[in-house]
Write a protein of this length. Structure first.
Length: 308
């Protein structure tokens, strides 16, 4: 059966039955809008768009992995603010010939990724579209803490990362090459595994700035440098570059983003949380340097003529 056969409201009902509502959702799917608790009195909100052929390919990724990936990249943005994710709102567009089972399995992926952080899919919308499109809004709660922003880095701070870097980029490169693939790297491209605990760890250890590495380490640290009015100096020898990433491993680590690791800055006297790795320092100046030099173009930009 296709979603065209089932119809809009039948599809919504079928998907809703597969979802769970956690304690943060006071009123879930079924009304004109959801009601999500905000104990802190503030709501952290972020949104993202995933388009078939741009962010995922149906011949490379199944619906479950696409659902996990769509949820992960938005939950990671909430975590990067030092907040606890509470809910997702999901807009789903697909051709009428899409199988109902495909859409249901996508919903399972969204649900299971949310379960990792105690969040829920609180509602959304479905529409007919020429290709698969997902529009995700993620909400979170700060629990009384200040938000971790990009603008707090200061000269003398330590730059550190938590999570894998370069795995998803290396996996994508292997898929594009069409030869033998490392299953772990390809799996990293299909389904990121952000270390969600990183936000709380960073907040509790006095991080001065934090972000989700979604577009490449150098490019994203450039956002911290610009927002904070500082220069970030990376130590190439301190970068985690596993041999399995191949001869372009260093480039993947510096410019690949879809692993959704976290990068932050900490006061020099602070002991880094377990699992974090120091890779550089904050200095006076502007921009991002790798071993004292600009790395050059790299990282993701949605306008192709700017991608390195």
């Amino acid at each position: 059966m296709t979603i065209g056969d089932l119809g809009e409201f039948g599809l919504i009902a079928g998907i809703t039955q597969r979802l769970t509502s956690g304690p943060s959702v006071a009123l879930g799917p079924g009304d004109d809008a959801a009601v999500v608790n905000a104990p802190d009195g503030r709501v952290v909100a972020t949104t993202d768009l995933l388009v078939e052929g741009r962010h995922f390919r149906l011949d490379w990724s199944g619906p479950y992995d696409i659902g996990r990936k769509a949820a992960a990249q938005n939950l990671a943005d909430v975590v990067a603010m030092g907040a606890r994710p509470t809910a997702l709102l999901v807009g789903f567009g697909a051709p009428a010939h899409t199988a109902v089972e495909w859409a249901q399995t996508l919903a399972d992926g969204l649900r299971d990724e949310c379960d990792l952080v105690g969040a829920s899919v609180a509602g959304g919308d479905v529409v007919r579209a020429g290709s698969v499109v997902l529009a995700i809004t993620a909400l979170g709660d700060l629990g009384g803490r200040r938000p971790l922003t990009r603008s707090g880095a200061r000269p003398g701070d330590v730059v550190a990362v938590r999570g894998r870097l370069g795995y998803a980029a290396a996996g994508l490169a292997q898929l594009l090459a069409g030869g033998a693939c490392d299953p772990e790297l390809v799996d990293a491209h299909r389904r990121p595994r952000p270390p969600y605990e990183a936000g709380t760890e960073a907040a509790e250890h006095g991080a001065t700035a934090l972000l989700d590495v979604s577009d490449g380490l150098v490019q994203d640290l450039g956002h911290i440098a610009a927002a904070s009015g500082v220069r970030i100096e990376l130590d190439g020898a301190a970068l985690p570059v596993p041999a399995r990433l191949g001869p372009d491993g260093r480039h993947h680590v510096l410019t690949g983003g879809e692993d959704h690791a976290f990068a932050g800055t900490f006061p020099q006297a602070t002991r880094l949380p377990d699992g974090w790795r120091a890779i550089g320092r904050v200095a006076e100046g502007t921009g991002v340097l790798v071993d004292g030099a600009e790395y050059g173009r790299g990282g993701w930009d949605h306008f192709p003529d700017k991608n390195g």
